[in-house]
Design a protein around this ligand. Structure first.
Ligand SMILES: Nc1ncnc2c1ncn2[C@@H]1O[C@H](COP(=O)(O)OP(=O)(O)OP(=O)(O)O)[C@@H](O)[C@H]1O
Ligand SMILES: [Mg+2]
Length: 334
């Protein structure tokens, strides 16, 4: 019996149908409207989710060859995220589950990013070390079982994705900046400018990306508008290399501190080619298996929420009618 999963924590309206660890359908509708503001506008996102939620759910069911009455449960992202956006997903999930007396499974979005690694093909079994880098979070997760994770180190300021999006904006690229910055960086020289690899002397496993952003502001100011445009590819390459450098430095340090049988990635920044290659190389040096989850399962999607739901306690009807979304919460799904 299939499970329907819904994800609306930010600006993507997502629905997926799963049969255990197998993804039967995975529909993602990204909102283009935020580009002209250079970032996500929460109220605009909520309004779009309202318009898109039901069509996206219907498309996911149709792609899976299933109907509402075939479902055994409905999973939904409960947080963290934009509260208005989350409420649209949660209300949609309740409205589908309640009339059918189906259980509702509220899922932590960050557990979802980790749980993308539990999906077919070749699901990764815990324990493993997972580097999660997304638009709002950056942390190293000790995944000892399917039910959650322990944070070993996290960013003290910006998330890697947030820094990448700001850098992309400074270089005149669209939003979200990650894929465009990666494309531009491919034509640039990563050594043309010096960017600080922050926290490299800090013995811990925390990250920091705000200094990197400031370094780019100063370099762009010195170059001027025309100079920045002319050197945009070199700037993108240098910035990307500094982000990848910091992420892999901390991953290496975590592997030095504790033996792990496998390494995985999660979150939108994990779609970045140079990061994937750097982590693959690090794992090859240590003869460690590296689970390379597909790019579409790194950025926000509902299949990962359905995957985490398999290891989350369902709430029976009617108890979930009072259940609320949360904007922030403890990491690890605790
Ligand atoms: N190829 C890429 N290279 C670098 N960054 C990328 C790439 N593709 C996406 N990103 C970045 O990933 C981020 C989006 O990731 P994701 O969708 O997981 O974030 P989010 O859901 O907004 O945040 P969170 O998961 O922390 O709540 C954006 O910052 C985007 O620029
Ligand atoms: Mg996310």
């Amino acid at each position: 019996m299939p499970l329907l999963a819904i994800e609306t924590s930010c600006d993507d309206t997502c629905a997926a149908v799963l049969d255990g660890p197998t993804v039967l359908s995975n529909v993602i509708s990204s909102q283009a409207d935020h580009e002209r503001y250079g970032g996500v506008v929460p109220e605009v996102a909520s309004r779009h989710h309202l318009e898109l939620a039901i069509p996206v759910v219907e498309a996911a069911l149709s792609d899976a060859g299933a109907g509402f009455d075939d479902l055994e449960a409905v999973a939904v992202t409960a947080g963290p995220g934009l509260i208005g956006a989350l409420l649209v997903g949660l209300s949609t999930a309740k409205a589908i589950a309640a009339p059918r007396r189906l259980p509702l499974i509220p899922v932590d979005h960050l557990r979802g990013h980790v749980a993308a690694n539990f999906l077919e093909p070749e699901p990764l079994e815990p324990p493993f070390l997972c580097l999660v880098a997304s638009g709002g979070h950056t942390f190293l997760a000790a995944v000892r079982d399917h039910g959650g994770f322990e944070v070993l180190g996290e960013t003290l300021d910006d998330a890697a994705g947030e820094a990448i999006d700001k850098a992309a904006r400074m270089l005149g690229l669209g939003f979200p900046g990650g894929p465009e910055l990666e494309r531009l960086a491919a034509d640039g020289d990563p050594d043309a400018f010096t960017f600080p690899v922050a926290m490299s002397r800090d013995p811990g496993l925390d990250f920091s990306f705000s200094g990197l952003k400031t370094a780019l502001v100063y370099i762009c100011r010195d170059l001027g508008e025309a100079g920045t445009a002319e050197r945009a590819a070199d700037l993108a390459a240098g910035f990307q290399a500094a982000v990848v450098g910091q992420l892999t430095t901390k991953l290496r340090r975590a592997l030095d501190q504790e033996p792990w049988p496998a390494v995985a990635l999660g979150g939108g920044v994990a779609a970045n080619g140079p990061l994937r290659r750097a982590v693959a190389q690090l794992c090859a040096e240590r003869s460690l298996p590296f689970k390379e989850v597909s790019r579409e399962l790194c950025t926000d999607n509902a299949a990962m929420i359905g995957s985490a739901a398999r290891f989350t306690e369902p709430i029976a009807y009617p108890d979930y009618l009072r259940f609320d979304a949360f904007a922030t919460g403890p990491r690890g799904g605790g």
